[in-house]
Ligand binder design. Structure first.
Ligand code: ASP
Length: 427
């Protein structure tokens, strides 16, 4: 059976198993005996993320003959990432303003949810405070590590690892080949080994995905599934608006640009990237999905290692089209639910702040919600509004992470194609 079939099977069985467990009261069993296998799977994926970025980026760059190609690829990647994010936000604002999900939200629910989720919302607001307190160039400062080992010891420092790897790779290209050849060979060899490790971890993916989904359902439903249904029902229209935006990206936006610029059919593109999308759905983390995204882009879309190893890790950390769609729609939804009108200037502020906060959001579950505080603050909306959407955030996070990962694969294909590479589906 192909990997994607096995992953889907794991996902579906996990879903059904989770629902049954909730109804027959096996919540504790699932949390204690099933969910740990999902946690182990995510830990293994994260374990391999730093070595993978380090080794594949250095080995990719070391194959370049000069560094001008690297700056060209860098410029294009960053430019396309920002453009796709801004487009995503404009689409989201159009949807939120025409469908107006907040207008249908019952007033009494606003008060009820604000009270019920006040402490959860406060936690997110406190996390966002740390980001807000820093100066405008803090993001740039944070990219530069002052100690490599410190950076490598925390998966949140992905951009620092990318920075160091590029520096090391450029150093390798510029050094005398006589002296640096053994180092290059070593990195090529290490790269092979890491790719094998990713393959080994992927063998375990169906079980991991099963456990994650079952655990998630039990977690969401808690002890009283009816309570969950009454909480989520009024949020349905909001959730549908977000899902329409996300589906638009996957089924219309990316297919059009991918076909126009690379000639590859959407169906083939989807076949290549589908397992990564499923993993993104199960883990809600672009960082955890990164090893598989890179593998699929390189092996199944024929993108060179030098482009894959640069574009994908960077994308996992800064390119989040799904997150930005969610932020824009949520901001408008909360404003509408609070009865606050947004001016054109407010909408422009949303475009700017949602772009920046999706870049700043960490590639982990729930990060987008924390950064939403910044968007709300910029348009003068009470950040406690987060309480309205917290209950439904995880399922939406699963879906927006799928879009984030698809966006990274799309841009990797575009950049590779613009460098003269032939993008095609390979099994
Ligand atoms: N979970 C998302 C990701 O990892 C980030 C977010 O929107 O919360 O891509």
């Amino acid at each position: 059976m192909a990997l994607h079939s096995k992953i889907i099977l794991g996902l579906l069985i996990g879903l059904v198993f989770g629902i049954i467990s909730v109804f027959i009261g096996l919540n504790d069993f699932v949390s204690d005996w099933i969910m740990p296998f999902g946690t182990i799977f995510v830990k293994m994926l994260k374990l391999v993320a730093v070595p993978l970025i380090l080794v594949s980026l250095i080995s990719g760059i070391s194959n370049l003959r000069d560094t001008s190609k690297l700056s060209r690829i860098g410029g294009k990647t960053f430019g396309i990432y920002v453009l796709t994010t801004i487009s995503a936000i404009i689409i989201a604002l159009f949807l939120a303003n025409t469908l107006q999900p907040g207008e249908y939200f019952p007033d009494e629910k606003t008060a009820e949810l604000k009270e019920k989720y006040a402490s959860d919302a406060n936690m997110k607001i406190t996390s966002a405070e740390n980001v807000k307190d820093s100066g405008p160039l803090q993001m740039m400062i944070d990219v530069v590590p002052d100690n490599f080992f410190y950076s490598a010891s925390n998966n949140r420092n992905m951009l620092q690892i990318i920075f160091f790897s590029i520096l090391f790779g450029v150093g390798l290209v510029l050094s005398s080949p006589k002296k640096s050849a053994p180092v290059k060979k070593a990195f090529d060899g290490l790269n092979e080994i890491i790719i094998k490790i990713v393959e080994i971890i992927m063998e375990y993916a169906p079980i991991g995905v099963f456990a994650l989904l079952a655990g998630l359902i039990v977690d969401l439903a808690g002890d009283d599934p009816n309570n969950l249904i009454t909480t989520l029902k009024p949020l349905l229209y909001y959730a549908i608006t977000v899902l329409i935006g996300l589906a638009f990206m996957i089924f219309i936006f990316y297919p059009i640009i991918i076909y126009s610029f690379t000639g590859i059919s959407f169906f083939n593109f989807l076949k290549a990237i589908f397992p990564a999308q499923m993993l993104a759905f199960s883990t809600s983390s672009s960082a955890a999905t990164l090893p598989l995204t890179m593998k699929r882009v390189e092996k199944n879309l024929n993108v060179s290692e030098e482009v894959t190893s640069f574009v994908c890790p960077l994308g996992a950390t800064i390119n989040m089209d799904g997150t930005s769609i969610h932020q824009a729609i949520s901001a408008v939804f909360i404003a509408q639910a609070f009865g606050q009108d947004l001016t054109l200037t407010d909408q422009i502020v949303i475009v700017i702040t949602a772009t920046l906060s999706s870049i700043g959001a960490a590639a982990v579950p729930g990060a987008g919600l924390i950064m939403l505080v910044i968007v709300l603050g910029a348009i003068g909306i009470d950040p406690q509004g987060l309480a309205l959407i917290i209950a439904i955030d995880r399922p939406l996070d699963m879906c927006r992470t799928m879009v984030n990962v698809t966006g990274d694969a799309t841009v990797a294909s575009l950049v590779a194609s613009s460098e003269g590479e032939k993008i095609k589906f390979k099994t």
